[in-house]
Design a protein around this ligand. Structure first.
Ligand code: NAP
Ligand code: MG
Length: 403
């Protein structure tokens, strides 16, 4: 390694909270700054700064991603009642991820980092399975009512001209429950577009599944929107990339995923994505090995680890203890962002560096050097459990050899 890699355009760098904020700095110091003339536009999304700026900093960061197209984010605290007290907050600030997602209108893709020495619970899975979760509506924006007793429940829609459409949901003979939920054609279309673009980007097949046989209007609308967009804009591009779009019923998708070798992107409605991403991540091993990328329909990318700020470890760190917190998903957030920056700006050296950084991380784990969370999962016989900083230095030793 002679000269540092130069960047053309900046990455939007979003710093965060607690243990991941500490790891963030370590990764930059040990693995990035020695090799890259790192060009970032820095936003501090740490809770104190969000509080000081009345959360304006989060919005500014999101707009910066829209401008520069690529961002990398550290995990952040989502404020709750405890945090309001702990940080003496002016108010319970909204989740930064929610704010950024709303501004970018993006879809979140989550994928496990696969290493040879950690075998997934499902024996046939050889390649990562990426879950794309629709992040708007359905049961997450529902209206519920606990029916107290006999009565009639109706679904009423009033159009802008005042005309109404009315359907009976159920004639209740006694107590029960009802629920109203919705989605919008715009949101479903954005979701579909993000999924098609990401599949092309990754050169992986895209699966989508709903329960349209039972939900003949609601779920069927999702199916139709995906199909229409695919036919009109993506069919030829998929053929050229030699990948497939495949629709099936959700129960069939589950059965097929279990028998597949992975390597596909599975688009899920909001609730399905919530459940399936937890299933996929636990079957692949550890939350600390899950990456997450937010992709907007107009092609902006924000990379992060799927886990949170690892609060429990941070409190140990504050007492002066060294912690064995797994930095791999955060390293991959950086490598993902650097690779994308390199691709967009035509800087091969940057994309190459990203690939080598990932390879060095995986080699370290396969060599038996790992953080405590992986010790019980790894099939390597001679293991050495190390602290976070030592792990990063071991990755660096392997990175130097690859460069
Ligand atoms: P968490 O930070 O993901 O940690 C939950 C537990 O999972 C940890 O206590 C730890 O288990 C294990 N773990 C997660 N990441 C790990 C890593 N890198 N290395 C080793 N172990 C890891 O979730 P949380 O404790 O529920 O949430 C903490 C804060 O993070 C909250 O304020 C929450 O709002 C925020 N959060 C942010 C994001 C985000 O920014 N995207 C996502 C989720 C949560 P052990 O303690 O057993 O070692
Ligand atoms: Mg969940």
């Amino acid at each position: 390694m002679t000269e540092k890699i130069k960047m053309l355009n900046p990455l939007v760098e979003m710093d965060g909270d607690e243990m991941t904020r500490i790891i963030w700095q370590m990764i930059k110091d040990i693995l990035l700054v020695p090799y890259i003339e790192l060009k970032t536009e820095y936003y501090d999304l740490g809770l104190e700064q969000r509080n000081r700026t009345e959360d304006k900093v989060t919005e500014e960061a999101a707009w910066a991603i829209k401008k520069h197209r690529v961002g990398v984010k550290c995990a952040t605290i989502t404020a709750n009642a405890d945090r309001v007290k702990e940080y003496n907050l002016k108010q319970m600030w909204k989740s930064p991820n929610g704010t950024i997602r709303a501004i970018l209108d993006g879809t979140v893709f989550r994928a496990p980092i696969v290493v040879d020495s950690i075998k997934p619970v499902v024996k046939t899975w050889k390649k990562p399975i990426t879950i794309a979760r629709h992040a708007y509506g359905d049961v997450y924006r529902n209206v519920e009512y606990k029916v107290p007793g006999r009565g009639k429940a109706e679904l009423v829609f009033t159009g802008e001209n005042g005309e109404t459409v009315r359907q009976t949901i159920h004639d209740f003979a006694g107590a029960g429950v009802i629920l109203g939920m919705h989605n919008t054609a715009d949101s479903i279309t954005s979701f579909a577009r993000a999924c098609f673009n990401y599949a092309l980007d990754q050169r992986q097949d895209l699966w989508f599944a709903t329960k349209d046989t039972i939900s003949k209007q609601y779920d069927h609308t999702f199916k139709d929107i995906f199909q229409q967009l695919y036919d009109s804009e993506y069919k030829a591009k998929f053929a050229a990339a030699n990948i497939e779009y495949f629709y099936t019923l959700i129960d069939d998708a589950v059965a097929r995923i279990m028998r597949s070798e992975g390597g596909v992107i599975w688009a899920c409605k909001n609730y399905d994505g919530d459940v399936m991403s937890d299933m996929v991540s636990s079957a692949f091993g550890s939350l600390a090995m899950m990456t997450s990328v937010l992709v907007s329909p107009d092609g902006c990318y924000e990379y992060e680890a799927a886990h949170g700020t690892v609060q429990r470890h941070y409190y140990k760190y504050l007492k002066g203890e060294q912690t064995s917190t797994n930095p791999v998903a955060t390293v991959f957030a950086w490598s993902g962002a650097l690779r994308k920056r390199g691709e967009i700006d035509g800087i091969t050296a940057l994309a190459d560096f990203a690939a080598k950084l990932e390879k060095a991380s995986i080699r370290t784990i396969d060599a038996g050097i790992m953080t405590a969370d992986l010790a019980g999962l790894s099939a390597v016989s001679e293991k050495r459990v190390v602290h976070t900083e030592e792990f990063l230095r071991e990755v660096n030793e392997r990175l130097v050899k690859l460069l």
